[in-house]
Design a protein around this ligand. Sequence first.
Ligand SMILES: Nc1nc2[nH]cc(C(=O)O)c2c(=O)[nH]1
Ligand code: SF4
Ligand SMILES: [Mg+2]
Length: 222
Amino acid sequence: MQGEGPSLGRLCAFARLGGCNLSCRWCDTPYTWDWTGQGDTRIAYDPKKELRAIPYTEVRDRLIAYDVPLIVVSGGEPLSQQTRLYPLVRDIRDSGRDVEIETNGTIPPHPRLAELVRFNVSPKLAHSGDPESRRIVGSALAAFTAVPGTAFKFVCRTAADLDEVGMLVERYGIESVWVMPEGRDQSALERSLAQVRDAAIARGWNLTTRLHITMWGDRRGV
Ligand SMILES: Nc1nc2[nH]cc(C(=O)O)c2c(=O)[nH]1
Ligand code: SF4
Ligand SMILES: [Mg+2]
């Protein structure tokens, strides 16, 4: 089930890729990249336990066997491996399924990949703790805004975060804006949603919750 964004509630299967070029404090998937315990959880995950190289043909066959109309590729940051990702996405599209890629928007997408997928781009705000020079890459954001259908999803905690979103929206001519409350459990999600919902609507932006958290909590594999 896609829990976030424009396809919220759509039945799907997930491919989660390891590794990330950012290190957001509140990351909900630190087991994909946090080998030193620098995130909020303070847990240093073991890459030998968390990462596994799997031939793309095996990943493809397993994803297709779920027999669902949408495959979501997430991470970590999946575009760090976009050259290797391309044949997987191509084969899945050839099988008649839709593909969405969740990305932090710092790596410009390859045009051949961009033709096949919908990008859900989630640029990170100051509260992620990543330096601005790493989390905001103008050339990459410009490339994503040029891909038809791209959705921009901003994780927000407070109404003030929406001012930061507003600056990015203006600077990069972002059109499809989704505000998503930050939270890795239901009560945090509700707290953030109460803070951001009126301000998002007042600006004419879309809102999304995180349905998988509401349904299953902060569990892996969902
Ligand atoms: N159900 C579900 N939907 C999601 N949409 C985006 C996710 C992500 O972690 O990128 C995600 C996730 O982890 N689970
Ligand atoms: S960009 Fe995404 S996966 Fe990477 S650290 Fe931030 S929240 Fe986690
Ligand atoms: Mg997630």
